[in-house]
Design a protein around this ligand. Structure first.
Ligand code: HSE
Length: 395
């Protein structure tokens, strides 16, 4: 492709970032011709003639060969991407929720229309994880992809753990820094991380995991007592998204769980809005990618990288998707800590779920149990959606 004539949907934190970045990079041979926004009453830092509220002004413009989609509404984004593909426009998107939920359909539509669909910015902001999994690890059997993929929750956990800030103060700082989603529930309840994990699993293992099947708990139930426990044992607490391939059983498990990470481990060093991903490979052992996972310019840098790739007609080949002889399920077992101090349910029932108990502690204000149980059992306990139970896995 010689020149990118771009239609941009959304002028929020990242949309404005990419506009500014492209303005400073004339050498890229990419120009934003039109920006479609929802609300035209706001004052914007770009010439007024660029803006429109009509999607057709981009979709029906035959000069526009690339759509950058950076809106938070997943349903509206779906229509935009679908229409863009049907009009033979390439798409760069950061919409992890939409991409993860509609992977099968969008990949087929993209292929039928022979266009590129790139979304490095959807996973871990500036960290170049997707193209690494797709290209560099093309022929290497991966064992796991595991890490911190949500900047907002990592920021909150860092502030709560290291600086004893309250959850509410830390969340509000993450929101004003532009890391958090429009509805921060997606961050703090682990939905955002599950979407990113699904996308990584496609490029790591060639397997489409629906985000709702990920065994998932967010960070809203974590209490200061849990941080005290972590500190006593030389751990920190991180929200870890992990997909793990068990070669002997030929299955893939996918979890997003608050996790105790020993302070000496690499992921313990990933603080604030930074993201870090470990890639476990059969040949090269463990690799680590680290960088800013959220925010205006880090995310813009990933969009920019996708735009550069379009200049040489790059598309994800998804070669692993064609030959994946394994299945996803919940065969694994996990070691977890359950703080049930505020739990209103039946404690005996809770204890009975464990296959093996390692430790118990009970006092008036603080009670926990540590043990092992099957992932399938954990997914059925109800604890994952219960904010009165803090569940933390061990690394
Ligand atoms: N809300 C997301 C995060 C933004 O905090 O990681 C980047 O995907």
């Amino acid at each position: 492709m010689k020149k990118l004539t771009i239609g941009l949907f959304g002028f929020g934190v990242v949309g404005e970032g990419i506009y500014q970045v492209l303005k400073d990079k004339p050498a890229l041979n990419a120009e934003i011709k039109r920006i479609v926004i929802k609300d035209d009453s706001k004052v914007r830092n770009a010439p007024a003639e660029l803006f429109s509220t009509r999607a057709e002004d981009i979709l029906e413009d035959q000069d526009i060969n690339v759509v950058i989609e950076l809106i938070s509404d997943a349903e509206a984004a779906f229509t935009i991407i679908e229409q863009a593909f049907k009009r033979k426009k390439h798409v760069v998107s950061a919409n992890k929720k939409l991409i993860a939920e509609q992977l099968t359909y969008l990949l087929a539509l993209q292929k039928d229309n022979e266009v590129s669909f790139l979304y490095e910015a959807a996973v871990c902001g500036s960290v170049p994880i997707i193209r690494n999994l797709e290209e560099y690890f093309d022929n290497d059997l991966l064992n796991y992809v595991s890490g911190i993929v949500n900047g907002t929750t990592n920021y909150i956990l860092t502030k709560m753990g290291n600086e004893k800030q309250s959850y509410a103060d830390a969340l509000s700082a993450a929101q004003s820094s532009g890391f958090a989603e429009a509805d921060p529930t997606a961050d703090v309840e682990g939905f955002d991380a599950a979407s990113k994990l699904s996308i990584m699993a496609l490029h790591a293992f060639g397997k489409i995991i629906q985000p709702h099947t990920v065994v998932k708990k967010g960070i809203t139930a974590i209490q200061s007592a849990d941080f005290n426990y972590a500190q006593e044992k030389d751990y920190t607490i991180k929200l870890i998204a992990k997909s793990f391939y068990d070669a002997s059983k030929k299955h893939l498990t996918a979890t997003v769980l608050p996790t105790f990470i020993p302070l000496k481990n690499t992921l313990a060093l990933v603080d604030n809005e930074y993201n870090g991903v470990l890639i476990g490979s059969s040949l090269s052992d463990e690799q680590f990618l680290y960088g800013k996972g959220a925010g205006r310019f880090p995310t813009s840098s990933a969009v920019l990288s996708d735009l550069s790739a379009l200049l040489y007609d790059y598309h994800y080949a998804n070669r692993k998707l064609a030959h994946t002889p394994f299945d996803t399920n919940l065969l694994g077992r996990v070691k977890i800590y359950v703080n049930y101090s505020s739990y209103t349910g039946d404690i005996h029932q809770l204890e009975k779920q464990f296959k093996q108990v390692h430790e118990r502690f009970q006092s008036e204000n603080y009670s926990f149990i540590i043990g092992e149980l099957d992932l399938l059992t954990l997914s059925k306990t109800g604890w994952l959606n219960d904010s009165s139970v803090s569940v933390i896995a061990f690394d």
